[in-house]
Design a protein around this ligand. Sequence first.
Ligand code: PLP
Length: 417
Amino acid sequence: MIDLLTAQKLDKEDVLAGFKNYFENNSNEIYLDGNSLGKLPKKTLKILQETIQDQWGKKLIRSWNETWLDLPLRLAKKYGALLNIKKEEVIIGESTSVRLYQILHALINSKKYTNKLSSDNLNFPTDLYVLEGLVNEFNLGRVNLINYKQEIIADLNLLKKNIQNHQGIYCLSLVTFKSSFLYPMRDLNLWAEENNSIIVWDLSHAIGAVEIDLKETQTKIALGCSYKFMNGGPGSPAFLFIQKKLQDSLHNPIKGWFGHQNPFNFAPNYLPDSGINRFASGTTQVLSMQAMEPGIDITLEAGIKNLRKKSIELSEFFLNGIEEKLIPLGFKIQSPSNSNLRGSHLTISHPASWQICQALIQGELKALKVIPDYRPPNLLRFGITPLYTSYEDLFRVLIRIKEIVLTESYKKLKKQK
Ligand SMILES: Cc1ncc(COP(=O)(O)O)c(C=O)c1O
């Protein structure tokens, strides 16, 4: 039985409970969408104010030398620490979509692998669009899209057979956006290597949510965004990891001055920098990079092992509650039941998911507001963010969903999106 007292007891024992105070929190609202946009760290407000008022407002151009030129490197070091890679192997900047385009373009041109681009039906649409754009640009026929029979768990046998039969460049999301399925990264990297293939991993839904060791898993290329579990802010810059030994054989298709060997010589011809910095293009996104730093600092302070442990415990608690309180009301679980195969969001479905989601978000007079998100056709996703989600939050969310369904209050809301 899931009850309030048990939830409160678990919160008392939680060593990470205090981290919630690092963030801005709305009262009478439970935010379960940190897998889409993480909360605002209080420190970010201060840093942005200082960056704007002092560094930009007063010091102006001098701030480049004093603070801003080193900013991407400082962030690279911290992201490197989280992912167990060297700071020389990661670059911060651009968006995930742009990074994916750059790196796939570079891989195709490098001719290291057969020019066959593959992915699966669990991947996020932007990744599939980038792949489609590139096969058209390079005249490569069609994207090899693996279609599993269902959208919860990847059929790993089918995926491996595919890699064997269609060698080349694969793009997969380590944690899938709909069901939260988590791939066995090392196993697949080794399999790809044996079969003359490479996997480019999109870590957007995984970083800050699960432990990732890019060295131990023998990952060659990975990238992702920093605005979900990393709390970097809306549209905050992406990160790109390229294994050291691959870097100098890959060429950035967007040859901008920040990727030049010596940008401040202002030479007319482009000479790529050595190492990962050749994947820089234009001027550093200073404001959004400054905003990104408190998020990674908080994650490093909490420790990804502790975060993962709490994420699993919270998720198990929530899943038990779903089984007990929501399955009898017509909900179905759409995430893997085994925590080793799952990231840090949970998905359920119901024929009236859209209306239920709206009822949760809007809240009625004095009712608790809950912010999950909806994904077509009928999915409700709940981001379990161990930095600021409590057991009591999850208990109250279960009760609120039950209330909305039993009173049928959601029926007052539009069926149409
Ligand atoms: C797996 C994955 N990749 C990429 C993105 C978005 O990429 P971008 O930052 O370029 O918008 C998302 C956004 O939710 C995502 O879930």
